[in-house]
Design a protein around this ligand. Structure first.
Ligand code: PLP
Length: 437
């Protein structure tokens, strides 16, 4: 329902998707944009915290471009910096001062970043990180965790959201492949473990063959789960002891949990980290950063390429974004994000919907049906997803776009008034879902 009480229609989006499925598979350019209740949407433009869709609806947007737009959809200084840079030509296949400025800023801000290389997507720099770790250690195995996502490539798209019927025992998960057509052999170097369990990780590392432990330092693709006290410290110590590198995937947590990412927030500095999404507020920039002795292998035999790497316009977007990510930005946005999170928790409780609402001020998660906060993927997987999808759809009909997997991303543009309007929609959606139960 819009504020005047009528239910929003998405008929024109549906028409355009159907028509253009003639040219684009499924009518969308990422599988993560397909399959949601109400159908995938077509947007005409963004504006601060809002998206305007093809039906003329103005939606309050909590997808935030899957976490990227930490400054909202139209931050003036970022757009202006890109426009100015575009006047200097498009791509040089050489170096530009703006990429050195960008690199210096990130190295100053990210605790582990002695050196870095830029790329264009999180999936791609995850590959670079694993290659680097294998070259540095001379080992092949990579440890990843159930429910963590590090991109869509064959060697890492395993057990990202496995069905519990296929996932095997919690203390020894069965690796579950992520896509039809994926090469099963590409997963042979991979060990899948449950996250937030130090004893299990230590036991695996003790075998002495692990090149790297790759993790989301706070689990944000499934839930919004902080590491257990001592877990990150213990993981780092165990990696040191057994000669493996610790890699934090800060593609979501970077510039969101704190300006210096989860590593700053939790005070644990990994050997390497990867970043993307919010680093340039939605412009296609990714980075792999870390220890100089590891990253420097890129200049000494480990191949890393990419026609679009450090494209000057997106580097200008990065510098302008980072300039806007001040301590005041985090203080102000966090107040609004926390009020939203607390408000949703209170309304769901008042309306008699059992839920866990938790996480971080600028990224939190709502799971229906759980008695306790989730600690790992197995807990999240037990949530009542079907009812939550109905809730997300009820929100959409009221002008609020939130991810069906329960994640909420907050930007600097979600101010007090936007939060108030959102909470009103949350109340209505909660009542609708409750009434239908
Ligand atoms: C934690 C994490 N790592 C890696 C990726 C892959 O990044 P990209 O979609 O830019 O390839 C994502 C994407 O959502 C992510 O959430």
């Amino acid at each position: 329902m819009a504020t005047n009480g009528t239910e929003l229609s998405f008929a024109e989006s549906a028409r355009q998707i159907a028509e253009n499925a003639r040219y684009i598979a499924g009518g969308a350019n990422s599988n993560f944009r397909l399959g949601m209740a109400g159908g995938p949407l077509v947007f005409e433009r963004g504006e601060g915290p809002y998206l305007h869709d093809a039906d003329g609806n103005r939606l309050i947007d909590y997808y935030c471009a899957m976490g990227a737009t930490v400054l909202g959809h139209t931050p003036g200084p970022v757009l202006e910096a890109v426009r100015k840079q575009s006047e200097k030509g498009i791509l040089y296949a050489g170096q530009a001062p703006i990429e050195y400025e960008a690199a210096k800023l990130i190295c100053e801000r990210i605790p582990c970043a002695e050196r870095l290389r830029f790329g264009s997507s999180g999936s791609e720099v995850a590959q670079a990180a694993m290659r680097l770790a294998r070259a540095f250690t001379g080992r092949n195995s990579i440890v990843k965790f159930e429910g963590h996502y590090h991109g869509w490539f064959d060697n890492i798209l395993w057990s990202t959201a496995p069905g519990l019927n296929a996932a095997g025992p919690e203390d020894a998960p069965t690796p579950v492949i992520g896509s039809k057509g994926q090469d099963p052999a590409a997963g042979e170097g991979l060990s899948i473990l449950g996250w937030n369990d130090l004893a299990v990780l230590e036991a695996r590392l003790a075998k002495g063959d692990v090149a790297a432990v790759l993790m989301e330092p706070a689990m944000c693709n499934q839930g919004a789960i902080a590491p257990a006290p001592g877990y990150l410290e213990g993981a780092l110590a165990a990696c040191r002891k057994h000669g493996a590198l610790l890699i934090f995937d800060e593609v979501i947590t970077g510039f969101r949990l704190a300006r210096g990412g989860a590593q700053e927030r939790f005070g644990v500095t990994p050997d390497l980290c990867i970043m993307a999404k919010a680093i340039a507020n939605g412009f296609p920039v990714a980075a792999i950063a870390g220890r100089a002795d590891v990253i420097d292998l890129f200049a000494d035999g480990v191949l890393h390429g990419g026609t679009f790497n450090a494209q000057p316009m997106v580097m200008a977007a990065l510098v302008a974004t980072q300039t806007m990510l001040t301590p005041e930005h985090y203080a102000r946005s966090s107040v609004n994000g926390q009020r939203l999170q607390d408000g949703i928790r209170a309304i769901l409780a008042e309306e008699g919907i059992k839920a866990q609402v938790g996480g971080f001020p600028l990224m939190f998660h709502v799971a229906f049906g759980l008695d306790q906060p989730a600690r790992n993927y197995r807990d999240v997987a037990r949530a009542d997803k079907a009812t939550y999808v109905r809730f997300a759809h009820a929100l959409l009909k009221r002008g609020v776009r939130a991810l069906e997997r329960g994640a909420w991303f907050v930007s600097s543009e979600h101010d007090a008034g936007v939060v108030d309007a959102t909470l009103e929609a949350v109340r209505g959606a909660a009542r609708e879902v409750k009434a239908a139960a």
